[in-house]
Design a protein around this ligand. Structure first.
Ligand SMILES: [Zn+2]
Length: 300
């Protein structure tokens, strides 16, 4: 769908569009490249951000963008030896099929691989994601953490459970001091918490804490969307998430449901500083909180 068509549908719907919808379908954009270090580049405009490490053995990518831009990305990267999927979303993994066909190995957490074999429903954006083709499925999977190397660079990766989804990973290029973090950090906007596949705000906070332990003050932290972040910016985002969670739990303890929170404009203190639709956020965040109600110390 092109931008005009989406604008048209948004007008028809007479309300704000779900955050997921605003981030797909940019087939008309041309991918652009930004240098991170001598060996690492950031590719934007191909779905979610792609981090590419170039070596004589072929490039190693963290995420590979959406299906519409697979060819453009392969032109930019040359031979790809391996792709890490940070999570199952199509903006990050849509190009998996094309990457595998071009000879790349696909690596992801076990949870991400499992979601790619399932039909997934996002009722807040009225979308159904069918299971992926066999060729698009990761063949190198892991449960917790792992290490590898490419072109003399040590690469460490690990799962951040139940954050944006239940399969999110970081990939750390340790010598280059670059940390790719996928969608667990969504600075400056109401985060998408994909509760049908295990996302919730407490896990997202925990993922921030994990990243803050790994990152140094000069680490370049690359999220799935938006600009490169510093450790201080990730800390600031965690502080916002913590305040939001406190507000949500307080209102749940008053007996409010998601609709009550929307009616009460429960996110009004954050609307000035965060982009995105607060109502979609409340709908998804609330469902995730209920799934973890014991960790909140109970509600009633
Ligand atoms: Zn995502």
């Amino acid at each position: 769908m092109n931008l005009h068509r989406r604008e048209f549908l948004r007008t028809l719907a007479g309300g704000a569009v779900a955050p997921g919808l605003s981030r797909v379908g940019f087939a008309e954009t041309t991918p652009a490249v930004q240098k991170l270090t001598d060996k690492l580049t950031l590719i934007t405009g191909a779905g979610n951000n792609i981090v590419a490490f170039k070596s004589d053995e072929g490039s190693l990518l963290v995420d590979c963008g959406d299906a519409a831009h697979a060819r453009d990305v392969l032109e930019l990267t040359g031979k790809v030896q391996r792709v890490f999927n940070t999570h199952w979303h199509l903006e990050s993994t849509g190009a998996n099929d094309a990457m595998a066909e071009a000879g790349a190995k696909l690596a992801a957490s076990v949870n991400t691989e499992l979601w790619m074999t399932q039909e997934i429903r996002h009722d807040w954006e009225k979308k159904i994601f069918p299971p992926r083709a066999k060729e698009a499925l990761p063949t190198e999977t892991f449960y917790t953490t792992g290490k590898t190397s490419v072109g003399g660079e040590a690469v460490e990766y690990g799962l951040m459970l139940d954050a944006h989804t239940d399969g999110d990973i970081y990939v750390h290029f340790t010598q280059s001091n670059v940390l790719a973090v996928g969608d667990v950090v969504q600075a400056g906007r109401f985060p998408v918490l994909d509760f049908p596949t295990g996302g919730w705000i407490g896990g997202m906070q925990e993922a921030h804490r994990t990243l803050l332990r790994i990152a140094g003050d000069t680490t370049k932290i690359v999220p799935a969307t938006g600009p490169v972040l510093t450790k201080a910016e990730v800390q600031a985002n965690l502080d916002v998430l913590t305040k939001i969670r406190e507000q949500l739990v307080k209102l749940m303890k008053q007996g409010m449901g998601a609709q009550n929170m929307m009616d009460a404009k429960a996110m009004k203190d954050f609307e000035g500083q965060l982009a995105g639709d607060p109502n979609v956020f409340l709908f998804t965040a609330y469902r995730g909180l209920w799934a973890h109600v014991r960790e909140l110390g109970g509600i009633v």
